[in-house]
Design a protein around this ligand. Structure first.
Ligand code: AMP
Ligand code: MG
Length: 492
């Protein structure tokens, strides 16, 4: 194997064309050690980097030597944001930067390679600009699991352990350090617009809007009011995202406006959790004392963020056009939730949307009241309650209770999705149990690394999650009616 960048690789500099007031060129930290812990070969292949040898990989993704055709030096992006509803103008990339932009060789879309833990920037405030190794491992697990669950997410591209000892209040310290590279279709967030609105930088706002339309939502550019059309695209994409989180039982934890990407892609995984049982009040972040970002309040949190985004766009459009789109968020979310939930169950969305919404509402109600295990229920009810699946389950007695028997009767009245039959034949569906990502599993994976430097549990977990992703692809969850352009399934 020749250890090089493929000739098809295309570095890009789109973000620089916005102008220097959007970012600060920065230098990466120099780390005492570089130990490659994770590389995403499927995505490396997709951008023409699969043939990079380990030394070169580390040069680019831990020492941040520029990639050909992209930025000569990394860019710390400028943004503000509401954190827990309080406006903070002192944000910006404080421990990361936009390292490079590249073309996806499969679908032609622009991709960002952004970092986490790459050193201090003008936005670090008093913090160290570093990422803990545990934080990096958690981000790998979150992104892999979300992708396997049919959630539109950033991908973890690389993780290199860096040999520093970090002090953290939320981890036993000193704790190990790492630098992570994330692949995502943009790092422009609601907070990027808020910063320009507060500073009354109208020309720059116009440029940012045009840039996001050109690179991420070109169809909006064809509308009579491209700004309102952009708002509609992003409202729709984020309503789908929050529905995907809901159907995956995922609690992001920190839904501040600086963590909401204009692509509707989920990213920035800190205190996230997957639910064990349906619990509307489950709160992931220990610092979220009031449960603002609890599981069932995620739609409301995103809706609130969209209000702040709409306020930025009104001067370029018209309140009379922005407001009805904002008001339509809940209906979009409910429809997306119905579609995503039924898709997970391998069932077709009925023509009658209100009926679908009602069924799915009852489904989550039953899940909540019965305290049934979240993933196990989706696994057992694949196909709407096929007798052999129910009988094979350790939960079988539950499905005979009146509430579940009634629910299953309703699900059985729906048509199967096209992917159901091949999905039922998939080894994942034939297995004993669903692949989950509960906190005890995450802690056990971390503890093997921390105590024994044993990386096998992580590698084995990733392999099992990818088997679940292959199953989800067969089911049509990654390319159904809810597919986004980058959900072209990878070769599994
Ligand atoms: P987050 O909660 O990860 O979205 O981060 C919120 C803000 O704090 C962003 O501006 C981050 O860049 C910054 N930040 C978080 N952790 C660190 C750190 N260890 N060093 C510097 N800045 C940080
Ligand atoms: Mg963030």
């Amino acid at each position: 194997m020749t250890e090089k960048i493929d000739s098809s690789f295309r570095g890009e500099t789109a973000h620089a064309s916005l102008g220097s007031e959007f970012y600060d060129p920065v230098m990466a930290a120099r780390f005492p050690r570089h130990i490659l812990r994770f590389r995403n070969d499927a995505w490396a292949e997709r951008i023409g980097l699969a043939r990079l040898g380990e030394a070169k990989w580390i040069d680019h993704f831990a020492r941040f030597e520029p990639l050909p055709g992209s930025f000569p030096e990394p860019l710390a992006l400028r943004y503000h944001g509401h954190q827990f509803r309080v406006y903070n103008p002192d944000l910006g990339d404080g421990r990361g930067f936009l390292f490079a932009q590249v073309r996806d060789l499969v679908d032609g879309r622009l991709l960002d390679l952004g970092t986490k833990g790459s050193g201090q920037t003008p936005y670090s405030r008093s913090a160290d600009g570093r990422l803990t190794l545990k934080g990096g491992v958690r981000e790998i697990l979150a992104a892999e699991m979300l992708e396997a669950s049919g959630v539109y997410t950033s991908k973890t591209f690389s993780l290199v352990e860096t040999g520093e000892a970090l002090q953290r209040s939320d981890e036993p310290s000193p704790t190990r350090s790492a630098v992570l590279v994330r692949l995502s279709h943009s790092h422009i967030r609601i907070g990027s617009f808020q910063r320009l609105a507060v500073r009354e930088e109208h020309d720059a706002m116009r440029r940012l809007v045009d840039h996001v339309i050109e690179h991420h939502w070109p169809e909006a550019g064809k509308a009579a009011d491209p700004v309102a059309a952009l708002y509609e695209c992003i409202t729709d994409a984020t309503s789908r995202l929050v529905a995907e989180w809901f159907a995956a039982g995922f609690v992001h934890g920190v839904l501040n406006t600086d963590n909401i990407n204009v692509t509707g892609e989920s990213f920035d995984y800190g205190p996230w959790r997957f639910l064990e049982t349906f619990d509307p009040r489950f709160t992931a972040a220990y610092f979220d004392q009031f449960g603002l970002y609890s599981f069932a309040r995620q739609p409301e949190a995103i809706h609130w963020n969209l209000a702040r985004f709409g306020e930025c766009l009104i001067p370029l459009s018209d309140q009379a056009r922005i407001e009805p789109i904002f008001d339509g968020f809940t209906a979009r979310f409910q429809k997306a939730l119905a579609r995503q939930t039924l898709a997970r169950l391998g069932l077709a969305m009925p023509d009658d949307t209100d009926r679908a919404i009602g069924i799915v509402h009852d489904f989550y109600g039953t899940l909540y009241m019965s305290k049934a295990p979240f993933e196990r229920t989706f696994f057992d009810l694949l196909g709407g309650g096929i007798r052999e699946r129910l009988e094979a389950s350790p939960e079988r007695a539950r499905y005979e209770t009146p509430d579940w028997a009634g629910m299953i009767g309703t699900l059985q009245s729906l048509d199967p999705a096209p992917g159901l039959e091949p999905a039922l034949a998939h080894p994942y569906a034939a297995g004993d149990a669903p692949e989950t990502m509960l906190i005890d599993e995450v802690e056990a994976i971390w503890s093997a690394i921390d105590r024994d430097d044993d990386w096998r549990p992580l590698e084995e977990k990733i392999a099992r999650i990818r088997a679940r992703r292959a199953f989800s692809t067969t089911l049509g969850l990654l390319r159904g009616p809810n597919a986004r352009p980058n959900h072209v399934p990878l070769a599994d």
